[in-house]
Design a protein around this ligand. Structure first.
Ligand code: A2H
Length: 261
């Protein structure tokens, strides 16, 4: 980290109607609205079970999608500015925020129903994650609990703690039916590597920073270099080989874009 530019894949999770109250003004707009999540692992998108936002981070809704600005993106204000220099907006360096939605707090979007590209689940929900950083990616993290220890720990917190769900207006239906999906097999770790590592290290919550760092490093390296795809068009291939193919396929379908910071 911190050495030169990082390339992310931005995954476009479409917000489904009825929109959350804060976005009501957009229901009359024909443009699709997306939460855009930054990921290093586009080949894992089959395993998405939800999307995370930080309740207290400031996001913006802004026109994007290239010169025509035919889409509306939701991401941190900081990342919106970066995107405006990367061909996402009509005018280089200019973020055009949706009037009245220049600032949207994460908590105002929690519980939103989303369509996540490639996901095993037709509909997933925006849920709170308290470890999201404001200064990385878009501040939107798509959740793949099978392969990302942070995502699994945060999902388990929400599943186990009803008061946590209630605090953010999250209903049982938005959380309880969603289980990690086996999408990658790793020798010695099985087909739910993040679950395996969280159990092995006895990780109890998303706040166990050091243990999660350890779990993340191990799963990330193993999963990327030794993992074999169990699903999708690259089934049977190594994850490292699948990554580019799936990224490009998603970009071609308008479901993702590249983003650098
Ligand atoms: B990854 P790096 Cl399956 N705050 O995507 C906290 N975490 C963030 C973030 C933010 N603002 N923005 C992105 N991320 C997460 C998938 C994934 C990821 C898997 C396995 C490992 C993994 C599904 N979530 O990341 O610090 C996103 O989660 C392990 C490092 O820029 C993104 O990729 O290296 C990754 O962290 C980017 O982290």
């Amino acid at each position: 980290e911190g050495v030169g530019p990082q390339e992310y894949t931005l995954i476009k999770l479409r917000v489904l109607k009825p929109y959350p109250a804060k976005l009501k003004s957009l229901e009359a707009d024909a443009r699709p609205v997306f939460l855009v999540a930054a990921t290093l692992r586009p080949e894992t998108m089959y395993g998405q079970t939800n999307c995370y936002l930080h309740p207290d981070i400031k996001y913006s809704a802004f026109y994007a999608g290239g010169a025509k600005e035919g889409e509306i993106f939701i991401a941190t204000t900081r990342s919106a500015r970066n995107m405006s220099y990367q061909g996402f907006s009509a005018e280089d360096g200019k973020v055009k925020a949706v009037s009245g939605l220049e600032t949207v707090m994460g908590h105002e979007l929690l519980g939103a129903a989303l369509s996540a590209p490639l996901s095993h689940y037709d509909k997933v929900y925006a849920l709170p994650m308290l470890t999201i950083k404001d200064d990385k990616g878009t501040g939107v993290v798509t959740s793949v609990p099978s392969d990302a220890p942070d995502d699994y720990a945060a999902l388990m917190d929400l599943k186990r703690k009803k008061p946590l769900r209630e605090k953010y207006g999250i209903t049982d239906e938005m959380v309880l039916p969603f289980e990690p999906v086996p999408i990658i097999d790793i020798a010695d770790y099985g087909n739910l590597a993040a679950v395996f590592m969280c159990e092995k290290l006895k990780i109890q919550s998303q706040n166990e920073k050091d243990k999660l760092e350890e779990a993340k490093k191990e799963v990330y390296l193993k999963g990327f270099y030794e993992g074999v795809m169990l699903v999708g068009e690259c089934k049977g291939q190594k994850t490292a080989d699948a990554k580019k193919i799936i990224q490009e396929r998603m970009i071609a379908k308008g479901e993702a874009c590249k983003y650098v910071e």
